[in-house]
Design a binder for this molecule. Sequence first.
Ligand code: S3P
Length: 170
Amino acid sequence: MSRIFLIGFMGCGKTTLGRKLATRLNYTFYDLDHLLEEQAGMSVAEYFSSFGETAFRLAESEVLKNTAYAENAVISTGGGLPCFFDNMDWMKAHGTTLYIKLSPKTLASRLEHGKEERPLLRHKHGDELIAFISDKLAERESYYLQAQVVADGLSLTAEKVMEILSKQKL
Ligand code: S3P
């Protein structure tokens, strides 16, 4: 059994890379935000505005723990998920966690487009966006860094991840 949880800040490439990695490994791909949206019948942005962040954190933790994953799976998680409840420990107990690490500047340039569907980033631009990401990342990194594997997210490919994972004594 092999389950790989991809974690990291919004915009670090969890979903894009996760999909490619799953294809290369012939594993099943799961996107937890997407599963939550399917189950709730609304987008993450709508969920936040209807029920608030606290309810969202509970719901995403339930999706994480209650999904019937295939034996071999690549799972892309929401950027805040590892930082709430015992989610990080749960993922480590049920698979391998891989943190895709990128600087606030790189994240900001990737997030300048695609902010609208992310409720935490809406209406933030330029320097304000970079400052927000720096603060949030500083808050969250102690969780992200608990991952069994930390990978530099710059030009990270599915092949590179496979190579890194094959060298891990897990
Ligand atoms: C969030 C990240 C989002 C989504 C929600 C909250 C966060 O997922 O779960 O908007 O708190 O960082 P992505 O990291 O896939 O954008």
